[in-house]
Design a protein around this ligand. Structure first.
Ligand code: 5GP
Ligand code: ZN
Length: 109
């Protein structure tokens, strides 16, 4: 079976914004904001719809790194988004969080 795109990217020798033993962050190939970083767990979790209590420590770790990654990217104001399922716009089936900022975020949620 072909390996998923983000499983492959995390192992590649491509530039990373941040990485440690549990998570990886890298720039989105098609940025929708001046700063557009994808943050993923190394573990292949399909989407936010598949998060279980066993992922609690991993996701707590990921979220504690978000302000660090945002600050390092020069962001004081930012948004974090995850799409779960194609109907919500998910195109890569490996859980990822979009960290966007650095300009106007015109969609008000
Ligand atoms: P989704 O649509 O699943 O919420 O987000 C997937 C994101 O992955 C999109 O913003 C898309 O631009 C980005 N993306 C797709 N292929 C690649 C790639 O090969 N490298 C990087 N860095 N980003 C990718
Ligand atoms: Zn994967």
């Amino acid at each position: 079976m072909d390996e998923c795109l983000f499983c492959r990217i995390q192992k590649e020798d491509s530039p990373k914004v941040y990485e440690d033993e549990l998570i990886v962050a890298f720039n989105d190939i098609a940025p929708k904001a001046p700063v557009h970083i994808l943050i993923i767990p190394r573990e292949h979790i399909v989407s936010a719809a598949r998060i279980t209590p066993e992922h609690g420590a991993l996701l707590a770790h990921l979220w504690t790194k978000i302000p660090v990654i945002a600050k390092d990217a020069g962001l004081t104001d930012f948004r974090v988004v995850t799409n779960a399922g194609s109907g919500a716009g998910q195109s890569v089936d490996h859980l990822h969080f979009h960290l966007i900022g650095g300009g106007p975020l015109n969609i008000v949620l």
